[in-house]
Design a binder for this molecule. Structure first.
Ligand code: BGP
Length: 485
């Protein structure tokens, strides 16, 4: 057994990390557009009063908005079967609460999808990837306000109707489970408080006040918005495959101390299982109620009507990002490491990437089996995975990236083993097939691509594209359906 014949090989992008053209053709300001660039040592900042002296990576990004034809042609050359990208809500509804959509924005994505189909590439579209219209954050306090459910639904239905014959695969919210954590600030669903909006100087994302009651209410409203969108999507085109998307951080107990095991199970419940259970099984899981009670979260926001909506709006597939694993321990002396938005205890068996993430291909095989055991009735898709590293352009223009090939090879091989073990995996879109802005640090310096982009953190560069060694390697992988790695 090997990868299924129609396996969806491809790559994944997010609008605010690649498009640029941040106010072009009627686009409105999004939450991502008011976040500055940073680095591994300098956190990104909220700087809503746009000023010349600050650098906002989303404003130009890699200018996919004007280069999409060239980029999609390169993806086609690699043999992509699928391209995951997000629609920027503010291209369609610049303020989020507008009465009518912006035709120029709708047209842009028509063009992008047509270009994909020209090469037989199936688009996989995320409706909300770490950004919402800034106006919704300011005027309504983002998803904390139930009115935003209506605005999201209006946006989703507008997209479903417009692209019903061009897009079959949809995801509602990117890494929705990050909104369950205080770190959800970056998710663009940031619950910026009124006092923060009055600040004239940039302020750190991590510095946002965390109000757990509001955080869980906002997450709940996203669940309801997603479930309603799933129902509407199926009404508009019964062939749609609509998925949830989670940031799956697989946790291991640091030791076999039962206290570590219990702490690990709780972490898993709160971070990984909770959102998946609501979206796949259609109800809040039992373990959340005692947690809410213990943490003084009033759950009266979960109305009977909402429960019905959640039950009727379960997803057709479970998709997730996988970059690394972390450990959990009750022992405060154990060294901590960073990770994708959330860190954990150091695993002595794993090596760290340049950005301090623990590289763990076997963990992907384990995770796929874990998820299939938990949700046996729906297919899985890995919609993000990849290696953020530093690339060097040689004098002759070549870019040798054996570290990236090594990472991807091992992870694809782990997926293959999981498929052989019976996991219904239908696709793989590696993260950032072309270099894009990093979400965590806002850098271009951290690169994931098979295609190099001449763009740098000081805003210089020609935007020229150039294949790296991994480009030719991934082409072969797709050509042989994962047989030659
Ligand atoms: C995920 C996000 C992506 C992305 C990726 C890599 O959490 O969905 O948007 O960027 O992580 O993270 P980074 O860009 O910080 O390296």
């Amino acid at each position: 057994m090997s990868f299924p014949k129609n396996f969806l090989w491809g790559g994944a992008l997010a609008a605010n990390q690649c498009e640029g053209a941040y106010l072009e053709d009627g686009k409105g300001l999004s939450t991502a557009d008011v976040i500055t660039g940073g680095s591994v040592n300098h956190p990104r900042m909220f700087a809503p009063n746009i000023k010349e002296e600050y650098y906002y990576p989303s404003h130009e990004a890699i200018d996919f908005y004007h280069h999409y034809k060239e980029d999609i042609a390169l993806f086609a050359e690699m043999g992509f079967k699928v391209l995951r990208l997000s629609i920027n809500w503010t291209r369609i509804f610049p303020n989020g609460d507008d009465k009518t959509p912006n035709e120029a924005g709708l047209k842009f994505y028509d063009n992008v999808f047509d270009e994909c189909h020209k090469y037989g590439i199936e688009p996989l579209v995320t409706l909300c990837h770490y950004e919402i219209p800034w106006n919704l954050a300011v005027k309504y306090h983002g998803f904390h306000n139930r009115k935003v459910i209506k605005f999201f639904l209006n946006y989703a239905v507008t997209c479903f109707e417009r692209y019903k014959d061009k897009v079959k695969y949809w995801l509602t919210f990117n890494e929705i489970n990050c909104s369950a954590m205080p770190a959800g600030a970056l998710s663009g669903l940031a619950l910026v408080q009124e006092e923060d909006l009055k600040r004239t100087e940039p302020f750190c994302l991590d510095g946002l006040k965390d109000v757990p009651q509001e955080r869980y209410e906002a997450l709940h409203n996203q669940f309801v918005a997603s479930a309603l969108a799933v129902q509407e999507g199926h009404r508009i085109n019964p062939d749609f495959m609509i998925g949830c998307m989670l940031c799956h951080i697989t946790w291991y107990p640091h030791t076999c101390n039962p206290k570590d095991i219990l702490a690990c199970q709780q972490k898993d419940h709160l971070f990984n299982d909770f959102c998946g259970d609501v979206m796949v099984r259609g109800a809040y899981p039992d373990y959340m109620m005692p947690y809410f009670k213990k943490n003084n979260i009033d759950t009266s926001f979960i109305t009977e009507g909402d429960k019905e909506i959640l039950k009727k709006g379960t997803v057709d597939m479970y998709t997730f990002s996988y970059y690394m694993t972390n450990c959990v321990t009750v022992d405060p002396r154990v060294e901590q490491v960073g990770g994708n938005l959330i860190g954990g205890a150091r695993n002595p068996y794993l090596k760290l990437s340049d950005w301090g993430w623990q590289v763990d291909p076997d963990g992907l095989r384990y995770t796929l089996n874990l998820l299939h055991d938990r949700y046996p009735n729906i297919p899985l898709m890995v919609v993000e995975n990849g290696f953020g590293g530093v690339d060097k352009v040689e004098k002759d223009g070549a870019i040798h990236d054996p570290y990236r090939i090594d990472y991807l090879k091992k992870h694809i091989s782990a997926m293959k083993e999981a498929v052989e073990e019976g996991v219904p995996l239908i696709g793989y879109t590696s993260w950032g097939p072309i270099d894009i802005v990093s979400a965590g640090t806002g850098e271009m310096y951290k690169r994931y691509g098979y295609i190099y982009v001449d763009r740098h953190d000081d805003g210089t560069g020609t935007f020229a594209r150039r294949p790296k060694d991994s480009f030719y390697w991934y082409k072969k992988v797709i050509e042989t359906n994962g047989e030659i790695l």
